[in-house]
Write a protein that binds this ligand. Structure first.
Ligand SMILES: Nc1ncnc2c1ncn2[C@@H]1O[C@H](COP(=O)(O)OP(=O)(O)O)[C@@H](O)[C@H]1O
Ligand SMILES: [Mg+2]
Length: 357
């Protein structure tokens, strides 16, 4: 080959090489541009994903907040209805007690006179009989017919049992008035032992001995309490709910016990009151019934929680009691219980109410 041929060939090759290099550079530039674009897109995608996750989280949180608010509202509504019912019942009871009070006082007040008058008439009869022992046949017949000797004896006995009866009605009326106290507008200083006692009178029917059931023993250890500033009607409702539950637990335990066990361990409710510090009073209501396990204990203050058969429990007693003690009185309501160890409820409330509550 001629040297010029070589040169031409080399030139051609160089040209081709240049073109190739230029092409390479261009595609390199395109590649890096694509890469940048790709990075931008990935970043955008990631941000969108992140935002999505965050808004999902927020949504979930709001949902659960809403659910909770709804639950609270439901519970509040039920408590309100129940409180309304109780106050309507209180007004009814107080009204009936007030109406019965007057007629009972007529009977009670007049029995003493009837007693005296009857005594006088009987005395007069006796005087006549002594002065005029001889009577005519008609009177003799009548004396025999009415069995005068029996009548004399029985009349006084009847009157005295009527007196006892009317005294009892008076006491019950007084108790009902004390229990139902409809004076809820503001807190009042009261003797809470009276409230506990009237609650016990009202629950007498479930505490006393009945066919197939023994009487539940009530032990009162009342301390030296000053008057407590509270809503007495509401506090009585708390005593009522807690003592009622104790009775239920004891009766349930009795069903599961043998006569020997009942003999050795009779059903008992112990009520202890004391001042625990300068402005705090404590009422403890303790039973030796079945007790509760931890999982039941954790839920007793929840509205509607009950372990009782349908129709027996509403599951509202303790949730309402908690509200009354803690929210309305700024107090504490505590439960100490274990399976087979019985149960104690401790109500602690300020003696002089805090002005805010
Ligand atoms: N003294 C107690 N002994 C054992 N369990 C109790 C006692 N007091 C309450 N409980 C438990 O607490 C639950 C809730 O009580 P409460 O709110 O009064 O509702 P209810 O009496 O209608 O069931 C009861 O069902 C029972 O399981
Ligand atoms: Mg109850």
């Amino acid at each position: 080959m001629e040297p010029t041929d070589w040169e031409n060939k080399i030139k051609n090759l160089e040209n081709a090489n240049l073109i190739l290099r230029q092409k390479l550079e261009r595609s390199e530039a395109e590649r890096s541009q694509l890469e940048v674009q790709n990075q931008e897109k990935t970043f955008l995608l990631k941000t969108v994903c992140q935002e999505f996750i965050e808004s999902e989280k927020k949504l979930k949180a709001r949902m659960s907040k809403l659910e909770k608010a709804l639950e609270n509202q439901k519970a509040m509504q039920i408590k309100l209805i129940e409180a309304e019912k109780m106050s309507a019942l209180g007004i009814l009871v107080a009204g009936i007690a007030h109406e019965i009070n007057n007629p009972v006082n007529f009977i009670y007040g007049n029995i003493t006179y009837v007693n005296d008058y009857t005594g006088d008439i009987l005395k007069l009869l006796e005087m006549y009989q002594n002065r005029y022992p001889e009577t005519d046949a008609e009177i003799e017949d009548f004396i025999e017919k009415i069995d005068l000797n029996f009548l004399r004896e029985d009349l006084l006995k009847t009157l005295s049992s009527m007196k006892v009866g009317s005294e009892r009605i008076r006491e019950i009326v007084l108790t009902l008035r004390n229990f139902a106290r409809v004076d809820e507008a503001e807190k009042k200083p009261v003797n809470i032992h009276e409230g506990i006692d009237s609650t016990l009178v009202i629950l007498q029917n479930s505490i006393k001995e009945k066919p197939g059931l023994r009487a539940i023993k009530i032990v009162k250890n009342y301390g030296d309490l000053p008057k407590i500033e509270c809503y007495p009607g509401q506090l009585n409702q708390v005593f009522m709910n807690i003592i009622n539950n104790a009775v239920d637990a004891l009766r349930e335990q009795e069903k599961q016990s043998s006569t020997d066990e009942l003999e050795a361990n009779p059903s008992l409710i112990e009520i202890t009151t004391s001042v625990i510090s300068n402005n705090w009073a404590r009422v403890s209501i303790k039973d030796n019934g079945l007790g509760m396990n931890e999982s039941v204990k954790a839920k007793i203050f929840d509205p509607f929680f009950t372990t009782k058969p349908v129709g027996h429990g509403t599951g509202l007693g303790l949730s309402i009691s908690y509200q009354i003690v803690v929210d309305k009185h700024g107090g504490r309501l505590e439960c100490i219980s274990a399976v087979g160890e019985g149960t104690e409820f401790a109500i602690e409330i300020p003696i002089v109410a805090k002005s805010s509550s």
